[in-house]
Design a protein around this ligand. Sequence first.
Ligand code: NAD
Length: 302
Amino acid sequence: KAGRIAFLGLGHMGLPMAANLVAAGYDVAGYDVVPAAVDAARAAGIPTAESALDAAAGARIVLTMFPSGAHLLRAYLGGPAEPGLLAQADPGTLFLDCSTITVEESREAADAALAAGHRSADAPVSGGVVGAEAGTLTFMVGADEADLPQLMPLLEVMGRKIVHCGGHGAGQAAKICNNMILGASMIVSSEAFVLGEKLGLSHQALFDVISTASGQCWAVTTNCPVPGPVPTSPANRDYRPGFAGALMAKDLGLALAALQSTGVAAEIGPAAAAIYQRYAAGEGATRDFSGIITDIRHASAG
Ligand code: NAD
């Protein structure tokens, strides 16, 4: 099919994404710096390589799914003791980064890839581990038009909705804008439910109004922060994620960096970032981001 794909970063998201590519008949060489992740990938039927450079040797596409932009730039550029992927890959290789990182880092990585004679695309995802396993992720793509014919069939294996947002970094830009709305709307929705409790409203009555009135939003209709109205929401399983507060704090940190570097006069986005940073430093490290309602309720007691 599209030649070999080096799949680097076989964590919570990367492993199931790579498994879907293998199942669709793609020639995948996986690698992760954590040996246990490599073992888990092999057990899931994903062919693995001895190193990132081995995986990338002869690959047409180098796909990365890393925790941060620092990991990405280190892998691309290498260090004093280790050569980077950009210097080692065949000329014209498509470097496809699906990690969530800052717009600046994403553009820096793309510039470095292009300067080394390669091609580059950013395609961060939403949909979480469940979407990665089911192959129903949403991809937000920043890429040259010319690379879309090669990218689309590949992304369609791992995702259901693929949006080409513009040139390099545009995928990251769209992702942080969306998640800034999500974080802020979850906080204010949780405040509204706690206010409703104080005013004697039942969760169901308030949900029935919000979900059909102008306060309607994903935070309420799909990820409702109180148990009951939406049986599949994490609130019904003691806020087991879902989408952990720590990941929301990370994404809002990226949004905050972009707000500051562009000089946008935002007030809600930075407040949401501060609230989720605090949540992620405690229970939110492992609980769903909708568990923020518990903090609001506690702080409102008495
Ligand atoms: P993770 O930490 O489980 O996986 C990342 C993997 O990359 C780790 O196994 C790590 O060992 C590996 N890695 C780091 N440097 C490497 C290198 N040089 N070579 C090979 N492997 C390397 O993280 P995750 O939950 O899979 O998330 C990955 C990315 O996707 C993050 O940027 C995250 O923000 C984003 N994301 C996650 C979710 C989610 O629900 N988990 C949802 C949307 C987006």
